[in-house]
Design a protein around this ligand. Sequence first.
Ligand code: S3P
Length: 411
Amino acid sequence: MLPGDKSISHRYAMLAGFAKGTSRLTNFSTGEDPHSSLGCMVAMGAKVTSVGKTIEVTGTAGVLAQPKSGLDCGNSGSTMRMLAGLVAAQDGVYRFTGDESLTVRPMERIRGPLEQMGAHIELTDGHAPMTVRGGLLHGIDFEAPIASAQVKTAVLFAGLQAAGTTSIAEKVRTRDHSEHALRAFGATLERKDERLSITGGQQLHAIDVTVPGDMSSAAFFLCAALLFEDSNLVLDSLGMNPTRATLLDVISAMGGVIKVLDVAEQHGEMVGTIQVNRGRVLRGVDISGALAAQLIDELPVLAAIAPYTTTGMKIRDAKELRVKESDRIALVVKNLRAMGAEVSEHEDGMDIPGGQTLRGGMIDSGFDHRIAMAFSIAALRAEGETTIHGAEAASISFPEFFTWLEELAVR
Ligand code: S3P
């Protein structure tokens, strides 16, 4: 069973920690990032115990304690941005810190709407360390200027506690796990056309839930399956939420053959079993516009296998990649070149010609989990050995990655 989805685990950790009662979260992500979210909830009064594959979280019934020291978000932008929304309506001062990578990631994007709602947020040159001075909030109508599920979530979590109604309009529909999670914990949200709204003063209640497998982690093996004839990959308990499953359409467009063997709904999330085989040819695709936002976490691995496709890949409108755990455009380009590939860099993407042969090389992960894993997949088809510096970063989202790779490879 694939480890639990990182995005969903963050939300369940936060909402279980905020709800009234004891929630049971099964198949919670083993990644370090969602554990940063759990740790912060504990620092604010939630109680967490592990019982086998289940994590029991006793929530704070909507009142977060003032943490004794700062809230350490580690490498996790999701933790820092989404929790900012949750604490913004609380009566207290919350200081957020993170590691070197998180300390240079943009936080203005949450400060804008949360201050409009009445919170006070101090940043350091637009970044963490960040101090949120919470208090009584009022609802706003927010037009999201960038496609970001984290920003949407921060506003929803603040809106859950604000006076009146908060509404959010997105130009590009981002992952909707927060909407499903809030409803699962008992909140009411409305959607009219492109506008989502939530009314404040709602109490959340504990639930028992299983976290679906992570599509963005599965992406590495799905892409690996495309590289080898006769590969046959079956993944069960896979999260197939339509806002996360664009990768499956891309894989089909590249010539992969995907069969959905079953699918069901769990607390609003689609969960299923799929089988993937490689088709006769591996074609490239062009990714831009809304597609780039929907595939944002999968772009590094798609780019890493692009040289092996017949027609190559053009990626545009993916400037957000530059402000992830690393500058993922710069690092993908650098590492493809280290493997002997031809690639041209653009401000918002890259062009990678197809029909190339790669050789093993020295890879710089930049301590970015997705870069480390993406180039492990590129290395599978390269001539010679590849060394990945900072490969241990995989544990941010997928500590079992190298064990799985070892087990799935046929030599
Ligand atoms: C996430 C949203 C995306 C994604 C990140 C997780 C989430 O970031 O890249 O890995 O869980 O909401 P943005 O919302 O900032 O684009």
